[in-house]
Design a protein around this ligand. Structure first.
Ligand code: NCD
Length: 338
């Protein structure tokens, strides 16, 4: 079917997005918020991959923005630092024609003590339809989503140690591009699991998709409840990555070192840094992911970080735009765009 939006005809990619159909599409349209990966159903994940593939083509071909979300206003509200997540949400929103508002927290009323709920209400009153929120407190996304109900759609861009659904979804998309289904894949996650919302969301999503997830890190950086998450736990990297298809390296959260959770950075490097020597234990076709920001030469050797044979780090960043476009499109486009 040939579509147009407000009288403007759409590019091929725009048409492909509008033509996406099925139960997954309807579930996304009925969905109010994206707070974690746990609530996503298989059909939602399937259509998300499909939409992200179209969006990735758009990014690769440097297509001009589509007018699909031109009646939507999206606010990026980052109470915590971010390079990748924040800028990819902004680029994704713009590529779909949305109006984007980037809040500078340091100079906002939050600095004067306004609650996160009141900030959300203020933005809603100004006509904001979707809030992309990152906050240092676990549970903050749910808190604001509950307070806002159906007034706006909230996308969790990371809440404390709890969840980072869009990162897990872009990691899943990246691995799926290479291997297809992850059913039966061996995926190793290495590093500071305790403080990592990336690890938590990935563990939930990857085990759900049938992958066998193995984790390794210093015992002081492994949470106590890991056995309940259906993963295998190691205190050394070599057995953890043996025959792995993918290895996800996490940032050593240097800011937490003051708390004395690891003896020293050099000790950590010796045991947990992924380098060519340790990599020989993995499958020859193994690929490495890192959500960024990375500490070069601490959790990953310089050489591996830039080695295109193994590293998927730049691919993850590029896919981040495509996956976030797909999420925004599926969540925010109504039937009225036909
Ligand atoms: C991570 C985050 O902020 O949760 N990065 C990201 O979103 N790309 C990981 C981290 O800070 O180590």
């Amino acid at each position: 079917m040939k579509h147009s939006v407000n009288g403007m005809s759409l590019s091929k990619s725009g048409q492909k997005l509008l033509d996406l159909n099925g139960s997954g599409r309807q579930l996304w349209q009925q969905r109010q918020h994206l707070l974690d990966v746990d609530s996503l159903q298989d059909s939602e994940l399937e259509i998300l991959l499909e939409a992200a593939r179209v969006c990735r083509e758009m990014v690769d071909n440097q297509e001009p923005p589509l007018a699909l979300l031109q009646s939507v206003t999206i606010a990026n509200l980052f109470y915590e630092n971010s390079t990748r997540t924040r800028s990819s949400f902004e680029l994704a929103s713009r590529r779909l024609g949305a109006t984007v508002l980037n809040l500078d927290i340091a100079s906002s009323s939050v600095a004067k003590g306004e609650t996160i709920e009141d900030t959300a209400v203020t933005l809603w009153s100004m006509g904001v339809n979707a809030l992309v929120q990152r906050h240092h407190a676990s549970g903050s996304a749910e808190q604001v989503a509950k307070a806002m109900g159906t007034r706006l759609k909230l996308i969790n861009a990371g809440d404390g140690w709890h969840a980072h659904p869009t990162q897990a979804l872009l990691d899943y998309f990246t691995m799926h591009q290479i291997r297809g289904s992850l059913n039966g894949a061996k995926i190793a996650i290495i590093g500071d699991i305790t403080h990592s919302r990336v690890a938590r969301s990935n563990i939930a999503l990857l085990t759900k998709m049938g992958a066998s997830v193995h984790v390794a890190g210093p015992p002081t950086l492994l949470p106590a409840n890991l056995d309940r998450l259906n993963v295998k736990v190691y205190d050394r990297i070599e057995p953890c990555i043996a025959d792995a298809d993918f290895i996800m390296i996490l940032r050593l959260q240097l800011e937490r070192q003051k708390q004395g959770l690891i003896p020293s950075t050099s000790e950590y490097k010796k045991i947990y840094q992924i380098d060519s020597a340790k990599l020989s234990a993995a499958s020859p076709n193994v690929r490495i992911l890192h959500p960024g920001p990375m500490n070069r030469d601490i959790e990953i050797s310089n050489e591996l970080a830039d080695n295109p044979k193994y590293s998927l780090i730049s691919t993850q960043v590029r896919n981040g735009i495509a996956v976030r476009m797909a999420i925004l499109y599926l969540l925010l486009s109504g039937k009225e765009t036909n």
